[in-house]
Design a binder for this molecule. Structure first.
Ligand SMILES: Cc1ncc(COP(=O)(O)O)c(C=O)c1O
Length: 493
């Protein structure tokens, strides 16, 4: 490891500025604390407020090159093996928006994994790109979506000769990791960059027992939600450009897009936390991850010993769309108990204030951070699960029925941007078939959008969404969560 990784130059520059007690004749108006509301001062502390320093401050991000801010981004690029890293202060969501705008410099079409995060769909709206959607594999037993296979990507790119990029997600919320090397080979074989939304995988670069991270496997642009597992402050994230990306996606194009999608007042605490989280991961990540993985292995064993429960783990590897498994998520399969995930999640809250990252019909997902050493969270979850299962009992059938596969999505009649910006009206769901959707409808399970803006609604899809709701599932993206009405485009006759 480069000894410079032990430094956090940007955080240090912020601290030096605060310690100098300078005349702060600039924003923010709290002036490093004295002008703040007393309760805020007490709640977050004088230290945090003193480090809230605006951009374009001499000695921090202005001055002789490289400034501490530039040094911090360079150290991040080195730690993740990137050609260049950008600190993002609007989350991985900003990374997706910037990726879309960068790609739009090169052309008008793109291949996108169908169950992309909503910020990727927002990127299509902002950029105007016309998507060809590629379906991830769905797990017929668990009713959850896994990753995209190289064969599916190949077919989608063949169907889209004008594509300027391929955009996939790995790892998933549930820990499935895609075969990024093979996906990159497919994309590169057609001369397009592979964009990986690795929001859930910022930690993968720091332990050899974890699945290979996307940049190492050949991805060109990687969106990394550093706050999720590596533990920078919420809303901070990074965007990484791969070493081999230059021909396929330009550094300047990404840089412009990052600037366009960010505030002119980036929060120094967020950026400082990225600098610190990079150091923590680079210097101590391996050791912390070893401990966390051991603690999680013990927790998985205890959960599997509870009748009616199972866990998701590396046994999933080899199923369609699962190339490797990321153990930093503890996903619990609850199909064997007499209550589904929607009922168990509030019960766990009631039993011991257990607050989960995600829950669906069949699976509960608890997220763990890079350094859980000494934290009692895993054993609290195990104990609360024991009590919860004792209360609700086992499913008499042994295991709940799996979900019915959704009908194919409708034809893309206009781009998501055209649909989003076009004239719209709200119509009863019974009259929506044949109309172009102006909103998304994504049923859970399995969370793959049934409809995205610009697509023509079909009677089968509307019936499927309504049936899922009747069975206790949910729909995201809809302005009417009960789907009595749908927002559609007014087409000119
Ligand atoms: C796959 C994926 N991409 C992007 C995001 C957005 O991340 P952020 O909340 O950091 O903006 C999320 C958030 O959960 C996500 O799951």
């Amino acid at each position: 490891m480069n000894p410079s990784q032990r430094q956090a130059p940007y955080l240090q520059a912020l601290r030096e500025y605060a310690a100098r007690d300078p005349a702060r004749l600039h924003v923010p108006g709290h002036k490093g604390g004295p002008g703040a509301d007393p309760e805020l001062l007490e709640a977050i502390g004088a230290g945090a407020l003193s480090l809230d320093i605006p951009a374009l401050t001499y000695g921090i991000d202005v001055g002789s090159d490289p400034t501490p801010f530039e040094q911090a981004q360079r150290l991040a690029a080195e730690a993740w093996g990137a050609k260049r890293a950008w600190f993002l202060i609007n989350g991985a969501s900003q990374g997706n928006l910037a990726a879309g705008l960068a790609l739009a410099h090169r052309g008008a079409e793109v291949v996108v994994q169908r169950n992309a995060h909503s910020s990727t769909i927002d990127a299509l709206v902002l950029s105007g790109l016309r998507p060809t959607f590629a379906a991830p594999e769905t797990d017929p037993e668990l009713g959850i979506a896994h990753c995209l296979t190289p064969e599916t990507l190949e077919r989608a790119l063949d169907a889209t000769p004008g594509a300027v990029g391929a955009w996939v997600i790995s790892p998933t919320y549930f820990g499935a990791v895609a075969d990024i090397s093979a996906l990159a080979a497919v994309a590169h074989g057609r001369g397009v960059p592979l964009i990986v939304d690795e929001a859930w995988g910022a930690h993968l670069a720091f332990h050899e027992d974890l699945p290979e991270h996307a940049l190492a496997a050949g991805a060109d642009l990687v969106i990394s939600s550093t706050h999720k597992i590596v533990g920078s402050l919420t809303q901070s994230a990074m965007l990484h450009l791969g070493h081999g990306a230059e021909e396929k996606i330009g550094e300047d194009e990404v840089d412009r897009a990052v600037t366009l999608t960010e505030s002119t007042s980036p929060n120094s605490l967020l950026a400082g936390s990225l600098d610190a989280a990079r150091r923590h991961a680079a210097v101590h990540g391996r050791e912390l991850l070893t401990d966390t993985m051991q603690a999680l292995a013990r927790a998985r064993e205890s959960i599997r010993a509870i009748p009616g429960l199972d866990v998701l783990d590396e046994r999933l590897v080899g199923r369609a769309g699962v190339f490797a498994y990321d153990p930093l998520r503890l996903a619990v399969d609850v199909r064997g108990v007499a209550a589904d995930g929607y009922e168990l999640a509030p019960l766990l809250r009631e039993i011991d204030d257990i607050n989960l990252e995600l829950y669906g019909q069949n699976v509960l997902v608890a997220v763990f951070g890079m350094g859980e050493r000494g934290l009692p969270e895993a054993s609290r979850l195990v104990s609360a699960l024991q009590i919860a299962v004792g209360r609700v009992g086992l499913d008499p059938s042994g295991s709940r029925a799996s979900f019915a596969a959704p009908p194919p999505w409708g034809e893309l009649a206009m781009t998501p941007r055209e649909a989003y910006l076009g004239a719209q009206e709200v119509v009863p769901a019974s009259q929506a078939a044949g109309r172009i959707a102006a909103e998304s409808l994504a049923t859970y399970p399995p969370g793959i959008p049934n409809v995205l803006p610009g697509e023509r609604l079909t009677a089968e899809t509307i019936a499927y969404v309504q049936r899922t709701l009747e069975l206790g599932g949910s729909v995201r993206g809809a302005s009417d969560r009960l789907l009595r009405t749908v927002r559609v485009v007014i087409e000119e006759s």
